[in-house]
Design a protein around this ligand. Sequence first.
Ligand SMILES: [Zn+2]
Length: 329
Amino acid sequence: MNTIIKRTAALAAALFFLLALLPGCSVTVTDGGQTDGEKPLVVSTIFPQYDVVNNIAKETVRNELLIPYGTETHDFGVKDLTASRLETLHGASLIIAVGGESDELLIKELKTALAGSDVRFLLLTDLIKDLLNEEQTEGMEAETDGEDEEEIDEHVWTSPRRAAELARGIGRALCERFPASRAEYEKNTEEYAGKLDELDVRYQETLKNRTYNTLIFADRFPFRYLCHDYGIEADAAFAGCSSSVDPSLATLDHLYRKAKDLKLPAILCMEGSDPKYAKQLASKTGGQALMLHSCHIVSEEDAKKGYLGLLAYDLDVLKIALGVREDAN
Ligand SMILES: [Zn+2]
């Protein structure tokens, strides 16, 4: 070691010692790779896992959402991050992304941009045992990008049953990353996942009394897991991650005829979409146009309901759309 480096090291050690003595300026070395005395930083790409972390890690971490509230998630990339935001991400301990087709590029870009940092990545799709492929429903328009091959459907968080599985998986990952808080995280995980389990039971009990078994979306369809887990059929204009938003007249006509034949009480759209097509079809069938929330494009206002609250809201929508008989409840 040359003299300059030796001196710099000695100076740094002295400074560290002095800082440690100053009141209110403690320098602690915590687990999870943090050395600056701040709480570790956990970053989630979208709202569901962000809210799960809020409920499990509570005040023990700095919990941040990567894609801002109300933003279309599918085309978000490192290009949308400011230099200072990217700098902050260098200090993150854990980044929780979705996995699957839609954020493949984002994860790749982040891994490149954050090379050499101590960040670990966790993917929601790695936490679900039984993944499903994207579904091509009868009325769905072909993808314009020519990518029609079978892909896994990554919208795993839209079903309360999978939500509980996700919460437990995120809980385990937090325990592993920040072992000092294990006992607290295990307790909070069970408490929160327990509420999701209860919601799952409410879904099952409520939907037992449905009159109809089909949902029609004049929109994209990110609800494959929700429909699969509760035995609901669906038809839609576009796949969950499609970039198309305007159905053709032939598609709209197909969806209208199906809803009319089945006498369905509602036509659905998802959050963040223009409800005009759902309204158009509903006015023709005499039903209602309703929004089912996929917790994907979450506004600041929606976020106040929490992930659990948004899933509970969806059950209220399903009650109407599937004609659940109230007297049977
Ligand atoms: Zn998507």
